[in-house]
Design a protein around this ligand. Structure first.
Ligand SMILES: Cc1ncc(COP(=O)(O)O)c(C=O)c1O
Length: 389
């Protein structure tokens, strides 16, 4: 008798993450210059760590919190949503989650039935695609318009809607392109979603990192569509709290109990020690956030300058936000972005992420992160200048 693999089709069809594969390969290369991680390299600010330590010492973190999260933290989040996102919320509309990731997963699980279609502007953060697949939904990738800075192709989105379309999932500012979708485009997207009664699930992980004249716009601030929106946020990027695993989502209060039903089997509640740290983050000085933003802006400018010196190898759209960019590889060998990145790693000692990891439109691109010290950008580009010469 042949043993059948006991893995669900749902999980079996998920491909290995190219990001994690590159990380594994990068560890085999000595003294590598890393431009492949999308996680802040700064440590969590002291006052946030101290808030966590005080909660530990006071014996507050050993149990579960309410499934939705600590009430004082939800109260602070309500204030933040009003101040920074122009969203009128109340505490019954907030759910604390294990990073933005678990919030997105719970939201998608709560919305998507097997076979439902979910529209994702592409290239997109690959985890969103996997989250739809794990919910047995069908990801429908709609290319963005690269020449105009990877903006939404609203006509193509309209055309892709079928009776099975349930939701649109996007992240702005974008991972991997750094595009900040404009208020005008998001208002038009809201109209499309309303016309077809679709849910909109947003990933606003990089909300504070926007540059030049770009403004972060939260689609849930449009009153007419608020009920159809689930907005996902995180402490990971804003306060350099990657390992604390804390995020939250905002949705209509009628929706929250359903999303909570999807949240409980995976998490019960978000980590309590991290919730106290987050309370310290929201109640404390916000100067760390502007310091991070200033650094990313300087790093983006440096990376663009260095890319300008490699204009026979890369073409790029200047990112308006996040700490990521997505240059196109002009060389013939860039057509296979994975092979290109592996060669650049092994022969040039620079670690980047192949564009194909972000959907088929990512082919011929690579993703570069500028959430690193300026020295790291210079080191990587000094090497690339030698390598491509
Ligand atoms: C767009 C986007 N969303 C979510 C995450 C993960 O967020 P969290 O750590 O809050 O789960 C990342 C991390 O790289 C990201 O780039």
């Amino acid at each position: 008798m042949v043993n059948k693999p006991l893995i669900s089709n749902r999980v079996a069809q998920i491909q290995k993450s190219a990001i994690h594969e590159m990380t594994r390969l990068s560890k085999e290369v000595e003294d590598v210059a890393f431009l492949s991680w999308a996680k802040p390299t700064s440590d969590t600010p002291e006052h946030i760590k101290e808030a966590a330590i005080a909660a530990i010492k006071a014996g507050k973190v050993g149990g579960y919190s309410e499934n939705a999260g600590l009430l004082p933290l939800r109260e602070e989040i309500v204030k933040k949503l009003k101040r920074d996102n122009n969203i009128d919320a109340n505490t019954a509309q907030i759910l604390l989650t294990v990073g933005a990731i678990e919030g997105l997963s719970a939201a998608i699980m709560a919305i998507v039935d097997p076979g439902d279609e979910v529209i994702l502007p592409s290239p997109t953060y690959s985890t969103h695609i996997r989250q739809v697949v794990i919910a047995s939904g069908k990801p429908v990738l709609i290319p963005t318009i690269e020449e105009e800075g990877f903006i939404l192709d609203l006509e193509a989105i309209k055309k892709a809607i079928t009776p099975r379309t349930k939701a649109i999932v996007y992240c702005s500012p974008s991972n991997p392109t750094g595009t900040v979708f404009s208020e005008q485009q998001l208002r038009a997207l809201a109209e499309i979603a309303l016309e077809h009664n679709l849910m909109v699930i947003t990933d606003e992980a990089y909300e504070y990192f926007v540059f030049d004249d770009h403004k972060h716009f939260s689609i849930a601030s449009i009153p007419e569509i608020r009920r159809n929106v689930i907005s996902c946020y995180t402490f990971t990027k804003t306060y350099a709290m990657t390992g604390w695993r804390l995020g939250y989502l905002h949705a209509d209060e009628a929706m929250i109990p359903h999303i909570t039903k999807a949240h409980i089997p995976f998490a019960i509640c978000a980590p309590v020690v991290s919730q106290y740290a987050a309370l310290g983050a929201l109640q404390g000085s916000q100067s760390c956030v502007s310091d991070f933003r200033e650094h990313y802006l300087a790093a983006r400018n440096l990376m663009c300058e260095r890319l300008d010196r490699l204009s026979s190898v890369f073409d790029y759209q200047k990112p308006g936000g996040s700490y990521l960019m997505f240059p196109r590889i002009l060389l013939e060998e860039g057509k296979d972005s994975t092979a290109f990145c592996i060669r650049l790693l092994k022969e040039g000692k620079v670690s980047t992420t192949p564009g194909i990891a972000f959907g088929p439109t990512g082919q011929s691109h690579l993703r570069l992160s500028f959430c690193v010290p300026l020295d790291a950008i210079n080191k990587a580009f000094d090497r690339m200048e030698v390598y491509f010469r």
